[in-house]
Design a binder for this molecule. Structure first.
Ligand SMILES: [Ca+2]
Length: 263
């Protein structure tokens, strides 16, 4: 906790003790503490808080995750501290661990740098190999004749698996604050070798279960990109499929910490 105990009443001290005690920086990821509950710290095989511009985020994490690209940081604009600014380029990683035939979880926070125009869009994440799994927001335009920015989850181009273009929310702005600086959490959970769950702010918004066959190691899914037009913070890759109720608890806890640490 970075905030100094310069407080006038006992209430903030009690609150801080509760946050640290119940939801502290507990887990260690290759020497780095992952903010959040135990299951996050213990399960994280990659983690970045993007707080220290001198530190090479993700590079000292598990050695079988190759860091292809980490864009520039924006100091002080993150959910907590600094963040990665993906308006110029995405965060790009590569590893066998990203194959959806294994259970794993991608967790990160994102915010738009400015209010989203009606024809605006941005990327959330994408996985690539001999197929594509991705989530993004696409604005009003010719693509699918959208009238409003829509949330999309896709599974495409896997031989033997039916393509799915799931426009899970045709009017995202009606359900999610898309103003600049409004932070949201996205989790993608890969479970049972055949299911992709997507959660926004701890709530499941989309699920794709494969039709035809499950995902396979031979699909060679290695590439992971995060962001594309957004600020990204508190990025974690976990080596198991996290239950939705745990993710909801994590989101609520991080919002309390962010609120408390806000200058
Ligand atoms: Ca941060």
């Amino acid at each position: 906790m970075r905030r100094q105990p310069a407080v006038a009443t006992l209430l903030p001290i009690a609150l801080a003790a509760c946050i640290i005690g119940c939801f502290g920086s507990t887990g260690a990821t290759q020497g780095r503490s992952a903010r959040g509950p135990n299951w996050l710290g213990q399960g994280a095989i990659a983690y970045a808080d993007f707080d220290d511009p001198e530190r090479a985020d993700l590079r000292d994490s598990h050695t079988d995750i190759e860091v292809i690209r980490v864009p520039e940081r924006s100091a002080g604009q993150g959910l907590i501290g600094g963040c990665a600014n993906t308006t110029g380029s995405t965060i790009a990683l590569r590893s066998n661990r990203f194959s959806p035939h294994r259970p794993w979880t991608l967790s990160f926070w994102w915010a738009l740098p400015r209010d989203l125009p009606i024809d605006g869009g941005f990327g959330m994440f994408s996985l690539t190999g001999k197929g594509y799994i991705g989530a993004f927001v696409r604005g009003k335009g010719e693509w699918c004749a959208l009238q409003r920015p829509a949330g999309v989850l896709q599974v495409y181009y896997f031989g033997g698996i039916q393509n799915v273009n799931d426009i899970y929310d045709g009017d995202l702005a009606a359900h999610l604050a898309l103003q600049g600086g409004a932070w949201h959490h996205t989790a993608a959970v890969f479970r049972m070798g055949a299911v992709v769950d997507m959660l926004t702010d701890g709530r499941r918004v989309a699920r794709i279960a494969t039709t035809g066959r499950p995902f396979a190691e031979g699909d060679a899914v290695r590439g992971l990109e995060i962001g594309g037009g957004v600020l990204v913070d508190e990025l974690a890759v976990l080596n198991r499929a996290i239950a939705p109720e745990n993710i909801a608890d994590y989101v609520a806890g991080m919002r309390r910490i962010a609120e408390y640490l806000r200058p």
